[in-house]
Design a protein around this ligand. Sequence first.
Ligand SMILES: [Zn+2]
Length: 257
Amino acid sequence: MGPKRLFLLGSGYLDIDRSVFIAGSRPGTRVRAPVYCGLIECDEGYVLVDTGLNPTGIEDPESAWGVRAKEAPPSMTPADDVRSRLRELGIRPEEIKWVINTHLHWDHTGANRFFKQARFVVQKVEYDFAWNPPAEFQKFYMSNHFRYPLDYWPVEGDLELMPGLKVLSTPGHTIGHQSVMVELPRSGPVILAGDAVYLEENIRRRVPPGNCWSAESSLSSLDKLGRLAEQENAVIMPGHDPDWWQNVRHSPPDYYG
Ligand SMILES: [Zn+2]
């Protein structure tokens, strides 16, 4: 029963100003921030956490990624398409039973449309917000990424999807952001924080992201994850940390068991 292995699937990189990640930091330093999806192999089926960058952007950046193609230019190769990453493991998109979108920003929903068989777990407030965001948030919620007749399952708050796999409500970066806690047989508990923790520095220094829906709820969510990590002795995996990404186990062939 429950999770057996966690694979980290690279989905490309964003060329982005580091100040976006750390509130109050000085702009002017560009970083190459990884985008990735988590694939959790469970006895109950495969769970994908986020779907990464939209592969249409490889050929046609502006139509796929809108203004973000220039503001945070993605670099992506065909191998970074989540379908290619799954193929490397011998898995077809139809075999993904659940997709958990940490939130509905463009760099986390780029391949949602390829998972027609899956049930999408998303916080209800995030789902409602994404359809009609206020002007200043519109460029992050791209309609060409999530507006498909998919099986969206809007949930509220924390949820145990199955024994050993929990969705944790962690608002702040967005109105309905959520993180995922996985209990692995040997590695123990791991928290895929998503963009509640952009960089390890966010949690180490207790500093919210620079671009938040609410800095206050972002801090509460950092505290919630920090407490949980301490109680459960869990490892926190940040959403876009370049230094962290250099030292993780990449799929294929590596994984956390
Ligand atoms: Zn992101």
